[in-house]
Design a binder for this molecule. Structure first.
Ligand code: PLP
Length: 388
């Protein structure tokens, strides 16, 4: 059994895959050209960029002209929401429909648009984080510019039926965006058969470096650009393109798509083993979102009554286990995460939440050791707090 550190925070970020690093390296040195330059260095960079775009597009069931490279998932979400909203507003549609469990990369943008004059509608979700069907249909009206529903929630792993939701939004004349940052590489994504208009992905969640993402934009979808300045990416995203990172994203995307079925099945087995182990040792632990029909394969979010997330995370870290909280620490006071609050988790449980997220290098031995350490730390914390 390995006694080295155990990284269980893959929903936060992942290590760069060696194949990705190897493919990228020449584009920092020998092949450093600017893809807009006419000479051979430029042409070489242009070819690499075009190929990377083709490869990412293929992984999404898309065409190269439907892929915009960005700096991260957050930028992709901003580009989708602000760009689509501005374009739709010109057609007299201004309402934005989203969920209260979105990542802040969507939620904060929707709030920002509300300040600019849009109507913001937050959909009800059930105790597992699944969007309420009736509330969804009721939210779609003639004024709806854009719907943004995340595919996989990053805190509890709730999965939405994005193809069905997208079809209904489109029937109502709205554009449909999905934050696919935690879904890409885990669920089957194919723009040819699934009717979303916009989809955000992020490199560092799939074994590419931090600092690269992409937005899928269905052909015919008008987006107002966020930035102005150059003609790169047909004016959609001006600025000299990051060729090395685009190459890295392409390689990582191809790897996760090729491995998806086997890897997702492996992760589901690890997730179930982890949950069964935790519940066997700590029977009153609560695994959030566990009752959902569809769940992400890589995320376990658990609260032990009578503990608190911050102390658990520090204790886990001292034992070499890297996890993260479902709660945010703001100015010294621990507050419940907006996701756990939205699904109705009691505050004392919400502030105890620990997210353990698995990835490509996670092993059975690591899961077993994490379960054992987590359970003994929880028992100790409750002992200290005087809880039986
Ligand atoms: N959306 C979701 C669901 C995420 O989990 C994250 C990252 O945590 C983001 C968006 C933001 O991605 P990035 O870190 O690439 O900006």
């Amino acid at each position: 059994m390995s006694q080295g550190p155990i990284y269980l925070d893959h929903a936060a970020t992942t290590p760069v895959r060696p194949e990705v690093l190897e493919a990228m390296t020449p584009y920092f040195t020998a092949r450093f050209g600017n893809p807009s330059s006419m000479h051979r260095f430029g042409r070489e960079a242009r070819v690499a960029l075009d190929e990377a775009r083709e490869r990412v597009a293929r992984c999404l069931g898309a065409s190269a002209d439907e892929v915009v490279f960005t700096s991260c998932g957050t930028e992709s979400d901003n580009m989708a929401l602000v760009g689509a909203w501005r374009a739709q507003r010109r057609k007299g549609r201004s309402a934005v429909v989203t969920t209260p469990i979105e990542h802040k990369a969507v939620l904060a943008v929707a709030h920002h648009l509300a300040e600019e004059g849009t109507t913001e509608r937050l959909l009800a979700v059930d105790a597992n984080g699944v969007v309420d069907d009736a509330a969804y249909d009721a939210s779609l009206g003639e004024d709806t510019a854009l719907v943004s529903v995340m595919w996989v929630n990053n805190e509890i792993g709730a999965v939405q039926d994005v193809p069905a939701l997208a079809a209904r939004a489109k029937a109502a004349g709205a554009l449909f965006h999905t934050d696919g940052v935690q879904a890409f590489g885990k669920l089957a994504i194919d723009a040819r058969t699934q009717p979303f208009d916009l989809l955000a992905i992020s490199g560092h969640k799939i074994g590419a470096p931090k600092g690269i993402g992409a937005l899928y934009v269905r052909r015919g979808t008008t987006l107002a650009p966020l930035m102005h300045g150059g003609a790169q990416d047909r004016g959609r995203r001006p600025g000299t393109e990051n060729v090395a990172m685009a190459v890295g994203l392409a390689v990582a995307a191809e790897l996760v798509v090729a491995e998806r079925e086997a890897e997702s099945a492996r992760l589901v087995a690890l997730r179930d083993r982890m949950e069964a182990g935790l519940l066997a040792r700590v029977p009153d632990a609560v695994v959030h979102g566990r009752g959902a029909r569809a769940r992400a394969p890589h995320i376990v979010n658990v609260s032990v009554p009578g503990t608190d997330s911050e102390s658990m995370l520090m204790a886990l870290d001292l034992q070499g286990i890297a996890a993260s909280g479902g709660s945010a620490c703001q100015s010294g006071s621990v507050t419940a995460s907006h996701v756990l609050s939205a699904i109705g988790v009691r505050n004392d449980l919400a502030i105890a939440a620990v997210r353990l997220s698995m990835g490509h290098e996670t092993t059975v031995e690591e899961v077993d050791r994490a379960v054992q350490v987590f359970a003994s730390l929880a028992a100790k914390a409750r002992g200290l707090a005087g809880v039986a």
